[in-house]
Design a binder for this molecule. Structure first.
Ligand code: NAP
Length: 330
């Protein structure tokens, strides 16, 4: 049996959110030669969450604290972390190559892609122009600037309702603009939003334009999707939470994706390319949750360990102890 040349790493993890860091914990415990590459600070999107109330074991914890715990847990196993941008993931037959921004190339048996995703944009006039001047995709980051003011929140999912509730604590008034007559958010969040007197839900409405003056956003234009009627609303900020787009730019060309760009994997989180795994928000699945990203990370790392084992060099001849060959041992 021919031996496979051993690459520098067993596993390269691309991305340092809950999925990547959970994968790192499992990989280190499985004694894989692992490196995690993250262009920013490890932690992922969850860092921006004000309150996380559904990660088992923590009734209430801030996203920043939970991220730090993930990181510290991985570091307790002496995880190698490189703060670098990955520019390309190049699959190979026996060895995959991960190209870094500084020109280095990491050779590895397996790769776990844990690059997450980004907030979806509305694409309306004013959105890009006034980003950072009243247009925001993160209430925890920017809500502070809207204390005592009036804001519009767009969306009807868990994120929009959670963020609207957060903003209601700071602002004078929150308009929750939703395109349908029913929220998509979980029942508990729906109940809280509908019971919050500072939040007014504007049903069957879409935001069509954001207007601003010298001091930043001044208002939004809304359209009733049933009648087409237009309405202008004076607000100081527009927070947009209409879903998510996977960060799939580094996904190699041959890897299968669904129509929305999410990577399709099997139950091991492995893509159609052997040894290339995708986890967390990048992967097609039913729900995007921190606990699911973490679970994906453990699944992929365990499967990667199995895969790496199968790729490791097997000696052509098993060397038997000298005593056995001479026949002197019992
Ligand atoms: P989401 O569930 O996909 O909801 C997106 C919302 O935006 C929907 O209400 C959708 O309307 C609306 N929308 C989409 N495109 C729009 C457009 N062009 N114009 C106007 N409205 C638009 O996204 P999400 O709220 O970010 O949540 C993503 C995932 O993370 C979900 O699985 C969610 O459960 C999870 N999450 C969980 C928590 C938590 O449990 N604490 C917190 C945040 C997120 P329609 O309803 O009409 O489609």
């Amino acid at each position: 049996m021919s031996a496979t040349a051993s690459p520098q790493y067993d596993l390269v993890i691309v991305g340092g959110g809950p999925g990547g860091l959970s994968a790192a914990v499992y990989a280190q415990r499985a004694a894989l030669r692992t490196v995690l590459v993250e262009k920013g600070l490890p932690g992922g999107q969850v860092v921006m969450s004000d309150e996380v109330e559904n990660y088992p074991g923590f009734e209430h914890i801030s996203g920043a604290d939970l991220s730090l715990k993930f990181l510290q847990h991985a570091q307790a196993y002496d995880l190698e972390i490189r703060q670098q941008e990955v520019t390309e993931v190049e699959p190979g037959l026996n060895v995959h190559r991960v190209h870094l921004g500084d020109g280095q190339v990491l050779e590895t048996h397996a790769v776990i892609l844990a690059t997450g995703g980004n907030p979806r944009k509305l694409g309306v006039p004013g959105e890009a122009e006034y980003y950072g001047k009243g247009v925001s995709y993160c209430a925890v980051c920017d809500g502070f600037f809207f204390r005592g003011k009036t804001v519009a929140v767009v969306g009807g999912g868990d994120t929009a309702t959670e963020e609207a509730l957060y903003l209601a604590k700071l602002t004078r008034k929150v308009y929750l603009v939703h395109r349908r007559g029913e929220l998509r958010a979980s029942k508990i969040l729906q109940k809280r939003v509908l019971g919050e007197c500072k939040i007014e839900v504007l049903w069957h409405s879409v935001l069509t334009e954001i207007t601003a003056g010298d001091g930043g956003v001044r208002g939004v234009a809304l359209q009733d999707v049933r009648t087409g009627a237009r309405r202008d609303l004076a607000v100081d900020g527009a927070f947009i939470f209409i879903g998510f787009e996977p960060n799939n730019q580094l996904v190699p060309a041959g890897v299968r994706r669904n129509a929305d760009g999410y990577v399709v994997t099997d139950f091991k989180c492995e893509t159609n390319i052997n040894g290339v795994f995708a986890i967390g928000d990048l992967r097609e699945k039913y729900a995007r949750q921190i606990v699911i990203a973490a679970a994906d990370g453990s699944t992929a790392a365990l499967a990667a360990a199995h895969y790496v084992e199968s790729k490791k060099s097997v000696p052509d001849v098993c060397e038997a102890p000298a005593g056995l060959l001479s026949g002197s041992a019992v």
